[in-house]
Design a binder for this molecule. Structure first.
Ligand code: AMP
Length: 534
């Protein structure tokens, strides 16, 4: 028997309409390059989103077109999230910190028609101009007075574009499984892989994330998402906030800066904030050094990498602030597993339990499901998890199995079903919240003719969570200085991928089949009295 319910699709534009109707006066505060403290309420925001939707059409963008963004967390990026998706186009967020070649690859692979970029990103695009020929025009997210002098062709000013429009626009209704967003994640080897989100998956993810024991988003809160909007939709905060009427405070490009964060938190009375462990270490150190506090802050969300105990302890003891941990991936929208604040002490170190609608299992190498305390690979499935990568059959075949995403994370359940991420089966480490795939760094090192063998491992680091150490053996008769090796990496890799230490060794340890024993390298390195990593 069919249900007798209206078949109204789950749309991102319905979140915007809800916010305009129910929370018109709720503010959105931003730091941008052109405005140190910009404020607008949801009513103005919704009107500007409608103007932007019309402006996109005036630029020739059509249903299904990919619209790239290279931008920080601010109101204009928020407008793009809603207007692009609301109009039936695909908001493709790109990490401006990636190396230029990868940015060009991502823009071309996604077939981006228009790019919306922060002023600070214009020099990057100038360098890429010859490689992104299919992009029709580049819109700079600023006003006329702050437009940069640039050699780029087809450069448009965002505020002028909006000024030319009225806000009379009706958001279209279409199938909820239509793509609304896109985000690339780095690959173990080779190029980044694209994940395509739908209206349905994004709305369901935001709802599951807003539940009381996950983020507990509400109209009573003021939220400062420090997690970048180019990284998996800032963990859904832009959607959840407008669903429930949370005031948003958006820090712009100065995300990792303790002073800016403290200033915003105090002056805007921020009560909840989300980010990777590195951000919290920087803020906690700043507060301690300056003898400052953040009295309004009562909840911090930590994810993207394992959360060190010291972060939980320092927030609790020094700032009376609870810490909520979570696990996720670009492929999972990203929330997959969460640990409620009330369990965070009792289950310290656990990522928590699967979020609403999400199923997880832990399997051995033969795919057999494991019981509690047995370590295996974490598999996950659900409506906010991608079943494959955009136009990438090879990567899809290796990462999915019978409808499950193979996460590449090694995990175990405890007796009560809480998940502990214990290691990674994929060769990857996370430095300052950014994924580094050693194979990419090793390929760059092999460009140096003096190098016979190169292996990169991630080791614990107080500031960055993890940092890279390069183990190098040189060809007979060759010599190479650490500083030359590092400058070669700086020239060819994003900053966060450059190893912070180099160890020259005779030969890499290998197993019988010739595979480099990275675990041995790591254990020997961490266990040795190697000098502290700067
Ligand atoms: P990304 O797709 O860039 O968000 O990276 C996803 C990866 O980050 C996961 O596969 C994990 O390896 C790691 N990660 C995310 N959250 C956690 C966590 N709470 N604990 C440990 N690792 C995590």
């Amino acid at each position: 028997m069919q249900a007798l319910m209206m078949d109204t699709p789950l749309m991102i534009s319905s979140i915007l309409k809800h916010a305009e109707r129910n929370f018109p006066e709720v503010e959105m505060v931003s730091v941008t390059v052109d405005q140190p403290r910009h404020r607008q309420n949801n009513k103005v925001f919704a009107s500007r989103c409608r103007k932007l939707a019309k402006a996109l059409e005036s630029l020739g963008a059509e249903f299904g077109d990919r619209i790239g963004t290279l931008a920080w967390n601010d109101f204009r990026h928020m407008e793009l999230y809603y207007a692009v998706s609301g109009a039936g186009m695909v908001c493709h967020t790109i990490n401006p910190k990636l190396f230029p070649e990868q940015v060009a690859y991502i823009i071309n692979h996604a077939d981006d028609k228009i790019l919306f970029v922060d002023v600070l990103v214009v020099p990057l695009l100038e360098a890429l101009q010859e490689h992104i020929k299919k992009v029709d025009c580049i819109v700079v997210l600023t006003d006329k007075a702050h437009m940069p002098d640039s050699c780029l062709e087809n450069l448009v000013c965002y505020e002028e574009l909006l000024e030319a429009q009225t806000d009379s626009y009706e958001w279209p209704l279409f199938d909820e499984n239509t793509a609304c967003g896109m985000c690339y994640t780095s690959g173990t080897t080779g190029n980044p892989k694209g994940v395509v989100y739908s209206h349905r998956s994004t709305v369901l993810h935001a709802l599951a994330g807003a539940l009381p024991d996950v983020t507990g988003a509400s109209n009573m809160q003021t939220s400062l998402p420090v997690v970048p909007m180019f990284h998996v939709n800032a963990w859904g905060a832009p959607y959840a906030a407008l669903m429930v009427g949370t005031k948003l405070v958006l820090p712009g490009p100065k995300m990792a800066d303790g002073e800016t964060l403290h200033d915003l938190m105090v002056s805007e009375q921020v009560s909840v904030s989300s980010g990777v462990p590195t951000i919290w270490m920087a803020l906690l150190d700043y507060l301690e050094a300056e003898q400052k506090t953040v009295p309004s802050l009562n909840r911090v969300h930590v994810g993207g990498a394992a959360c060190p105990k010291v972060i939980v302890d320092r927030f609790r003891e020094q700032h009376d602030c609870e810490v909520v941990q979570g696990w996720g991936m670009t492929e999972t929208s990203p929330g997959g597993i969460g640990l409620a604040a009330e369990d965070s002490e009792r289950k310290l170190g656990s990522a928590g339990k699967a979020l609403l609608h999400t199923e997880i299992k832990i399997v051995d190498e033969q795919g057999k499901e494991l019981g509690s305390e047995e370590v295996g690979e974490l598999y996950i499935k659900g409506p906010n998890i991608t079943p494959g990568y955009w136009n990438n059959i090879e990567a899809t075949e290796s990462s999915f199995e019978n409808g499950w995403l193979k996460t590449g994370d090694a995990a175990k359940f405890d007796e009560e079903g809480f998940v502990y991420i214990v290691d990674r089966s994929k060769d990857m480490y996370i430095s300052g919240g950014e994924n580094v795939y050693p194979a990419e760094v090793e390929n760059v090192l092999y460009q140096l003719p003096q190098i016979a063998e190169a292996a990169i491992i991630g080791v614990p680091d107080e500031r960055w969570g993890e940092t890279g150490v390069a183990f190098i053996s040189l060809k007979a008769g060759e010599s190479l200085e650490e500083k030359d090796l590092i400058s070669h990496c700086i020239e060819n890799l994003a900053k966060f991928k450059v190893p912070s230490k180099v160890e020259f060794i005779e030969a890499l340890p290998r197993n019988a089949t010739g595979k480099v024993l990275k675990r041995t390298l790591r254990e020997d390195y961490i266990g040795s009295d190697a000098p502290a990593i700067s």
